[in-house]
Design a protein around this ligand. Structure first.
Ligand code: ADP
Ligand code: NA
Length: 328
């Protein structure tokens, strides 16, 4: 009952999650259900900070939720919900915006990166305040831990600063969240450019969980490998092979050392062919499960409504206390 609480969110901005999302984040979400009181949300409010198509967003939100379920998020253990169904998120966000300094928010490097090379009138205020909404997402649930990658560290620092500031001005209201550094997180690299992380932008280098398995296997077989022929884990000199070994190890549970041994004296072609099969074996049942969730929209809606209701029970309490302290 008193398990430490975790909050994490994922954006519904693509048609499918990719292997990097799974091995770098979602897999840990699944594992944490055993050890933490977990709150996971599909952060659709964050998805409209840039131009978007409403019907596509609706579709992607459902598909994202279906994928999380298919990948092992158990709605009886975790509180799985869609952010826009819990109105306390933007409500708390406004209060937090009034706690944040303009200069402080201006220093967020992700905003600087995302807004660079654009006319400022084309950049939404929402993109600017995004990290404040993220702070509200976390603080609403009194989360003790937030699993974060390097790129989100600064936002978590902001969250802690805002919580601390509010607490000292108005009385202790928010738990200060800590970064949860997950062990065995695989950082997955692009198959065509193994020095860049696997991301949505370069299709040939990204294995999507919902893509045609034959296509996925082909992408693995066409992955860039390195000079030389030995199959050894060496991120410096063999980033391509090392990436394939990390994926292989993460999906099968075999250690990299065991894989190196198993492929001793064999070529890149063998490794890629076998890994292609491993990937197919992984995504095929996931796709069947996603389909079964999407084939029963009423049931999926019901499940998400239940999650939102559970989330609101916690969020409403935090918001009521916050409003009372602020003087509403
Ligand atoms: P993307 O980076 O493709 O835009 P997101 O930023 O929406 O994806 O990331 C969602 C989650 O997946 C985050 O926790 C992020 O750290 C993780 N993630 C994304 N890409 C990778 C990757 N290549 N390797 C490991 N983890 C990743
Ligand atoms: Na990212």
């Amino acid at each position: 009952q008193s398990l430490p609480r975790v909050l994490s969110g994922i954006q519904p901005t693509a048609d499918s999650f990719h292997l990097g999302n799974y091995l770098g984040a979602i897999r840990q979400w699944v594992a944490m259900q055993e050890t933490h009181d977990t709150f996971y949300c599909v952060v659709d409010l964050h998805a409209i900070t840039v131009e978007h198509d409403p019907e596509l967003l609706r579709q992607r939100t459902r598909v994202s939720a279906a994928q999380l379920l298919a990948l092992g998020i158990d709605p009886d253990r975790a509180t799985l919900f869609v952010q826009s169904q819990v109105p306390e998120h933007p409500q708390l966000s406004w209060v937090m915006e009034c706690m944040a300094g303009f200069g402080e928010a201006s220093r967020m490097t992700q905003f600087k990166d995302k807004s660079a090379r654009q006319a400022l009138d084309r950049v939404s205020v929402g993109l600017f305040t995004y990290p404040v909404l993220q702070a509200a997402d976390i603080l609403l649930y009194q989360a003790n831990f937030v699993p974060v990658g390097e790129d989100q560290r600064q936002h978590l620092e902001l969250t802690r600063d805002l919580a601390q500031r509010f607490n000292s001005r108005f009385g202790r209201t928010f738990t200060l969240p800590e970064a949860y550094i997950v062990k065995d997180t695989a950082k997955i690299f692009d198959l065509q450019d193994p020095t860049a992380k696997m991301s949505k932008s370069v299709p040939a280098g990204v294995v999507e969980l919902l893509e045609d398995p034959k296509k996925a296997a082909k992408k693995i077989r066409s992955a860039v490998t390195d000079t030389g022929r030995e199959i050894v884990y060496d991120t410096e000199n063999k980033p391509g092979v090392s990436n394939l070994l990390s994926i292989y190890s993460a999906l099968t549970g075999k250690s990299v050392a065991d894989l190196e041994k198993a492929y001793d004296g064999r070529g890149y072609g063998d490794l890629k062919k076998d890994l292609g099969e491993v990937v197919v074996d992984f995504i095929t049942p996931v796709q069947a499960s996603v389909r079964s969730y999407l084939d029963d929209p009423a049931e999926l809606d019901k499940l998400l409504a239940k999650g939102a209701e559970r989330a609101r029970a916690v969020a409403a309490k935090t918001l009521a206390q916050t409003y009372e302290r602020v003087g509403f």
